[in-house]
Ligand binder design. Sequence first.
Ligand SMILES: *Cc1c(COP(=O)(O)O)cnc(C)c1O
Length: 473
Amino acid sequence: MFDKAELFRHLPSVDLVLREPAVGGLIAIYGRGMTVAAVRSVLDKTRRVLANGGISEGCAKGLVSIDGIVDRVGMLLRQQNSPNLKRIINGTGVIIHTNLGRSPLSAGAAKAVADIACGYMNLEYNLEQGTRGWRHDAVRELLCSITGAEDGLVVNNNAAAVLLTLSALAKGREVIISRGQLVEIGGSFRVPEVMEQGGAALVEVGTTNKTRIDDYERAIGENTALLLKVHTSNYKICGFTGDVSLAELVALAAKHNLPVVEDLGSGVLIDLEKIGLVHEPTVQQSISAGADVVTFSGDKLLGGPQAGIIVGKREYIERIAKHPLARAVRVDKLTLTALEHTLREYLDPERAIERVPVLNMLSQSAEQLRKRAERLSEMLSGLERYCRVSIEKGYSQAGGGSLPLEQIGTMLVCIAPLEISVNALDQRLRQSERPVVGRISQDHYIIDVRTVFDDQVGLLAERMKDVLSGGKG
Ligand SMILES: *Cc1c(COP(=O)(O)O)cnc(C)c1O
């Protein structure tokens, strides 16, 4: 046992630490107030560790040494001043990656948000008349002209859109839905639970693989509020299956004077076949098939900010907008700005494919992908001592529960590190200043170049060099 009291006496005072030249450097960067607080915090923590004991004498001496303390003050200040949320390089090939922030915004949308963010703006102010305006006016006409709907409204996300719609249109009444559409979207969005929260009673019809129009018809009663169709966006039922089309549902609902609500999930606004993918139902199709209300996400295949978009017939949109829950799930000015600018790109679908990153990534040609993979691999030449690099064919994923079966051919840059393990490579890339997230397959670290922006290739190569050649990046 060593003499604790002796060590406590050795602990320098706050003033003494502040007089160290290295700490002077920290004051110049972070300011005196923050540096003094960091010194106090490090000294307090050191005292607690010493008091708790359980460490060796050598370790304890290191703890109270002035150099050790100055180092820890510097570390604490750097940590306090570096953001928790930062831009990363996505090498996973998952385009709508919920853990990585789903859709990257278009340059136009990002610029608009930056312009609006630090000033005042006309969120609820009608500049023409000098009177109070409606928050949703900024996107209402755009939504109507793009989707063909009569009216529209935006809330926090699609989960909120479904909850609000059911609360406003079906509380205390019955909602009819096919058993094949009782989906879980991931995280905790389960259709039956959302309906329960919305105060609606679920009436399940049909079976998992087959539902017929008569199944719906038999379930309609005097307490029926609406017919709900949920797009099974994240799985497919194959084989002996049968579902009722939206048009059939609309015809049945009209006979009974009931509305049809469709939760489309992804909210595609262009024909994906145009960019070589499978057909995915579009919002325009749902509206023209006669759906009364359609809800979808802003940050899945639409490629905008997190938002829940509700479009449809005016009488229903008005009821939804007036419901008290609408205030609880309302959208903020930054989201609305980003959404307005994203939607504007869709006024010309060709322009949307070029400028909305999600669509642009989905539509990359094999040639573009091969060139980018070659560029990255060339930039990694000279690292022969540390790794082997090869280019392979592989598959990207749309992600976000969208297009679950679509195999999207891509190019992978495969890196087999020679001096460190592939897990160590992965960890160092994740923890570097501009983090990189890729995939691991056996002893290869894999970068799918589809989700790496052209202007990130150089940076990615630099990170890789730093990390492989032993630096911390
Ligand atoms: C993704 C999805 C949701 C949830 O949307 P969020 O915008 O993530 O809240 C709801 N329904 C369907 C069918 C979905 O695919």
